[in-house]
Design a protein. Structure first.
Length: 489
């Protein structure tokens, strides 16, 4: 008996155009994700500085290279935790309930960063925000995917609009926290992130009962008889992690590589489980195979793009000329440049994909263009290498390339993942995409440790050139990938 693919059964009718030509539920998800990103990027905009600034400057005095690696590991951990959020949604609670609980956890994490001083506050805050953000991200994206049928040409445009909401929060967050950090101290900035998440949670709670039943559905319920066994498994994993940390086997110095290995291992395990599942049809299995090269390209892309929070954060503090008419702009404000471009151009890209309809490039080709432009952005640093301060406009131009690359890959990656997902692994396939982001984000921290201000050219040439070569290879493989997709673009 044939089975209907989940994305063939949208939660709304194709005639629902009440939110800028898109389903009404998109507005609710747009709102909660916007405020969550306000809090997340607001906190992340000042996090690296909080780690490596001296105690006299209000920081923790951690060595700069180690701090960059820890920020990368933390970012990777956020996306790694999407697998837990996805599993809880698919097997126990449904996406909507997991999203709501995750938002509460994020708010508590920001409160810990704001109110608990020193390393204890840092650890408690980052764990709560990291796990909560992972649960929210996978499930918000999965819920957006349920709004559109597989062949609905509004789909990529809808994800671009959703992505614009993400970046509206990402724009405002660092502006607020960066200003508060410079004028009042780090903990005021973290407190603003907590307030932002509280606002998002309140707005979402008011419209929660208006979401369709599809939002609460558990795609693959875990039998009651197996719940105790899985509970013991989770306790065992938690105990093993605690033991590794307590004995120093996993420590601050090797945490980034540990997270990278965990992301790789979890990804391999997920692919094996999906391919082996009897709930997956032959067509679905071929579509998952088509996703593998997209996963690799995505990981490579994020290894470059997420250096905004590692290499570029340090570069902005130490080498960028931030003087504006006699006033020095907070370094954290650089993190808001990319979201400005996203807000301006996400709508343009959404309109372009809508206008092109079935004539638009396939997902694999969009991925290759995004990765190529990302590599080009790092090569654009070459003329700026050497002594002297970098003009702000030069970095703005480079971050425009970051944005252009992002618009070709990130919202498209979210969209194509929901299109290729088997019915029984819908949210968990979204988690697989975020595992590629986890791996890339962790690598961004590791790679930043290789940057040498005294000899910049090898870094820019190596990073940028590798990205462009991978992009060319993906473009060459695009026809074969499209064939495996079985009608999905």
């Amino acid at each position: 008996m044939s089975r209907t693919h989940l994305s063939d059964r949208p939660a709304t009718t194709p005639g629902d155009t009440s939110f800028f030509g898109h389903p009404k539920m998109l507005a609710s998800l747009f709102s909660v994700e916007m405020w969550e990103r306000f809090s997340f990027y607001g906190m992340q905009g000042i996090l690296l500085y909080y780690m490596y600034f001296t105690a006299a400057e209000g920081g923790l005095g951690i060595e700069q290279g180690l701090a960059a690696g820890l920020v990368g590991a933390y970012g990777g951990g956020v996306y790694l935790s999407t697998i837990l959020g996805a599993w809880l949604a698919d097997r126990l609670f449904g996406s909507e309930r997991v999203l709501f609980g995750s938002a509460i956890m994020i708010m508590c994490g920001h409160i810990a960063l704001a109110l608990v001083p020193g390393i204890p506050g840092l650890i408690a805050g980052l764990v709560l925000v990291g796990v909560g953000s992972g649960g929210l991200k996978a499930n918000a994206t999965a819920l957006v995917g349920t709004l559109y049928g597989e062949k609905d040409d509004r789909r990529d445009a809808g994800f671009s609009i959703f992505y614009m909401g993400i970046n509206l929060g990402a724009l405002i967050g660092p502006l607020v926290t960066g200003w508060l950090q410079q004028s009042n101290g780090f903990h005021w900035g973290f407190g603003a992130a907590a307030v932002g998440m509280a606002l998002g949670l309140a707005i979402y709670a008011l419209g929660r009962n208006k979401l369709p039943e599809e939002a609460h559905r558990v795609p693959s319920p875990l039998p009651a008889a197996q719940r105790s066994r899985y509970g013991l498994i989770f306790l065992g994993i938690a105990a093993a992690l605690a033991l590794l940390l307590a004995t120093g086997v996993v420590n601050a110095e090797n945490l980034a590589m540990t997270v990278a290995y965990a992301a790789i291992g979890a990804s391999i395990l997920y692919f094996v489980l999906i391919f082996a599942s009897k709930k997956v049809t032959g067509t679905e299995r071929r579509r998952v195979a088509a996703f593998i090269p997209l996963y690799i390209a995505s990981a490579a892309f994020w290894a470059l793009f997420q250096q905004q929070f590692t290499f570029i954060a340090v570069y902005s503090e130490e080498k960028l000329d931030r003087n504006l008419f006699g006033w020095e702009m907070p370094a954290a404000w650089v993190q808001s440049i990319n979201p400005v471009f996203i807000i301006v151009f996400a709508g343009v890209m959404a309109a372009l994909w809508t206008r092109l309809g079935s004539r638009q490039p396939g997902s694999a080709l969009k991925f290759s263009i995004g990765l190529f432009v990302m590599g080009l952005a790092f090569l654009a640093f070459i003329p700026l290498a050497g002594e002297g301060k970098t003009p702000l406009l030069a970095l703005v131009g480079i971050l425009f390339l970051f944005t252009l690359a992002e618009l070709f890959l990130s919202p498209i990656g979210l969209s194509v993942t929901t299109k290729l997902a088997p019915q029984a692994f819908h949210t968990q396939m979204v988690a697989l995409f975020f595992l590629s982001v986890s791996l890339g984000t962790t690598l961004a921290g590791i790679l930043a440790g290789l940057y040498n201000p005294a000899d910049e050219l090898p870094y820019f040439v190596g990073i940028g050139g590798t990205g462009m070569l991978l992009a060319v290879g993906l473009a060459a493989a695009a026809p074969a990938i499209r064939k495996l997709m079985g009608g999905v673009r």
